[in-house]
Design a protein around this ligand. Structure first.
Ligand code: OMD
Ligand code: FE2
Length: 441
């Protein structure tokens, strides 16, 4: 059954069409004439559809940060039975109070494979986070490991947007606004409140999720870099309208103020026939990232690799940045080229999508992750330090890996399951043991 479903999802994903551009006002209709012309809420919407606005920002926010979409759907979202509390599964939410914040450097192996059939939602496992979902501030780090499609089930997150980073196995995301394909090396974003179902393109799917309770991710300002570079707006892809007209029971799971709630609808809420707006899901291929770095000496701080940023109330202090360490040339003269030793007021959670990362010789593996909390001392492991200190500084292409970082202004507190996990590596500190003293006064 699952094999057939995956085959079907693969076929669907192959033929997908997208609209392009970050932050654009898109419009799309799956049936000609479904989108009203000249007004958002005509007395009677075309084709007997219901008009509904989905607001991602307050009505009154400045234009630059105002996001909403108008949806034209078979039934209004309001037509649903009451939600009741659902099993939290392995999903936890901010404020994170199960553990005390831990100053230690921590590293995990990949999430173990689930036992038995497990869809994206059942396979979602929270590592930790910060802030408060009810205050719309902070973020959470989740991982997922799934082996089956969500079946007659959709999910939506009122607490924040979800940045999904596949590491193994492709995903077909069926959202209210249409379909997206996201395979390892690409990232997908589901905006706050948008309902979606995850189907699998391969037998299993594994990856990371940044749940951003704060301001929606946007492209960073480029300053002196100029008008182009880093993640270019034109490389972001939004879906076109695609609806399902499905009657019968569909479970809708809603994450609201930290808890999961469930209701069984008598139809699929993925029934939007046309829409326009800028509160939209999107995918981005990290291989499109225009990597900028030093062509003289030293290497810039990793903020130069920011793909998306969620600003906080303090200028320059991101609630969370999504940063990618993509293939690039290193040419710095008289330079220690891997990441330097450092202590950072920001908190760094790192994951690996493929290959290796240039600061760690071993132990940081695809699907695993590391946490270097606020001010914790970290940097290259001993082996990397020794190698890079002695390396001949010829131009060198780093193209054997794809790592990323969720960097946040607040310390990250673990969940109990992350602290006690069997896949937490014991003795991570040892990678910095044996760094010899070389001081010769
Ligand atoms: O810790 C890390 O590996 C990420 C990182 C990379 C870098 O080049 C400089 C600082 C930094 O936090
Ligand atoms: Fe770091």
């Amino acid at each position: 059954m699952t094999g057939t479903a995956n085959e079907q999802a693969r076929k669907t994903a192959e033929g997908l069409v997208y609209a392009t551009g970050f932050g654009n006002e898109h419009s799309s209709e799956a049936v000609p004439g479904a989108l009203p012309v000249g007004r958002n809420a005509p007395q009677r919407a075309p084709l007997g559809l219901y008009a509904e606005q989905l607001s991602g920002s307050a009505f009154t926010e400045p234009r630059a940060t105002n996001h909403r979409s108008w949806l034209y759907r078979i039934r209004p979202s309001a037509a649903h039975p009451p939600f009741v509390r659902a099993e939290p599964r392995a999903v936890r939410s901010a404020p994170f109070t199960e553990c005390v914040p831990d100053p230690n450097r921590l590293r995990w192996n990949p999430l173990p494979a689930p036992e038995g059939p497990t869809d994206f939602l059942d396979g979602l496992w929270t590592l930790g986070g910060n802030g408060d979902a009810t205050q719309r501030s902070g973020m959470a780090v989740h991982l997922y490991h799934a082996n089956s499609a969500m079946d007659r089930r959709v999910f939506s997150d009122a607490d924040g947007e979800l940045l999904i980073v596949p590491e193994r196995g492709g995903l077909l995301l069926r959202t209210e606004l249409g379909l997206l394909r996201a395979v390892p090396g690409e990232v997908a974003l589901i905006p706050r409140g948008v309902r979606f179902r995850v189907e699998l393109l391969d037998a299993t799917a594994r990856g990371y999720v940044c749940e951003n309770y704060g301001q929606p991710f946007r492209l960073p300002d480029l300053g002196p870099i100029g008008a182009n570079g880093l993640a270019n707006a034109r490389d972001f892809r939004a879906p076109v309208a695609a609806y399902e007209d499905v009657e019968g029971p569909v479970e809708v799971v809603n994450k609201f103020c930290g808890n999961l709630w469930t209701a069984t609808y008598d139809h699929s809420p993925l029934d939007v026939v046309a829409w326009h707006g800028d509160h939209v899901p999107y995918v981005y291929d990290l291989r499109c990232f225009n990597v900028i770095g030093s062509i003289s000496y030293d290497h810039p701080d990793p903020s130069i690799f920011t793909v998306l940023t969620s600003p906080s109330d303090t200028p320059g202090l991101a609630g969370v940045d999504f940063v990618v360490f993509a293939p690039r040339w290193l040419v710095g003269e008289d330079t220690f080229r891997p990441p330097y030793f450092h202590r950072n007021v920001m908190t760094e959670y790192m994951g690996l999508i493929e290959g290796a990362y240039d600061a760690k010789a071993e132990g940081f593996v695809p699907g695993g992750g590391s946490l270097h909390n606020m001010m914790s001392a970290h940097g290259p492991d001993r082996e990397t330090f020794d190698r890079a200190s002695a390396a001949e500084l010829v131009p060198q292409k780093i193209d054997d890996g794809l790592a990323f970082m969720f960097e946040t202004r607040w310390p990250l507190t673990l969940t109990a399951q992350a602290r006690d996990a069997g896949h937490l590596q014991r003795g991570y500190d040892d990678v910095w043991q044996g760094l010899q003293r070389h001081f010769r006064p």
